[in-house]
Design a protein around this ligand. Sequence first.
Ligand SMILES: [Zn+2]
Length: 301
Amino acid sequence: MKVFSRIFILSAAMTSAAAVSAQQDFSNVQIVPHSLGDGLYFLEGQGGNIGVSVGDDGVFLIDDQFAPLTEKIIAAVASLSDQPIRFLLNTHYHGDHVGGNQNLGQAGVVIISNENVRTRLQAGFTNGDLQRALTSEQKAGLPVITYADSIDLHLNGHDIHAFHVAPAHTDGDSFVVFRDANLIHTGDVFRTTGYPRADGNANGSFYGIMAGYEILLDISDENTRFLPGHGVVSDRNEVASQLQMFTTIRDRVKAGVDAGMTLEQIQASKPTAEYDAQWSAGVATAGDDLVAVIYGELRSM
Ligand SMILES: [Zn+2]
């Protein structure tokens, strides 16, 4: 029973992501490149920030937003380099980060990800029925090189280290580290646009996100730049201050749980009160939703 409901939830999530992308009008979206130095850029458009490395070895992309934007993304890359796009790494399986996979895969780009990303994309294509054959278009969108823990690429003068983070935003998250450039693409584990989001359909975890922030602090210094899945390029202070906020909220929720309060009582005590104006991202219930996630995880420990 558990397995079936899980598959149903997953396929529902994939279907709604596809539906959103099909209904959304992308005609006015512009893909804007921003330089990060050393042949590194990020592309801003609609969906997750795209990391780009250009140079003599060819173009390496991190994430690819939505399918209707692929042509514009290719054009933006062409304005930065006359070399072909050779490799694409997916930081996780969400539609606003992998939407261009089929287009780019069909164009011959080699797609790389943590193994859970491939598994979830495959399950989405088949509605969880792994016996169902994929179309060639669908197959082209799947990562062809997967890793459990980490992978290293040596391209355009960069040593690039991508590694899997234990379940955080999803169970397939990776951080991508450009060591010499002191730059980290964090996927959606670290964002600057709203409260942390643990995807319950993909084993996401608030505690896992906190652990991910600890890792970011451990592997960085005061000069490290963090390119978030959504939001602006940030420094270590931003990571540390968000982690401080998570800890404060977590401690308040935990105190309520320890005192025997119900979820509704804890939500009514407004553990996120002073943060909501900045971090709710226009969603009135965002603070309460975060409290519910933390409460659920605390109760299951
Ligand atoms: Zn995401």
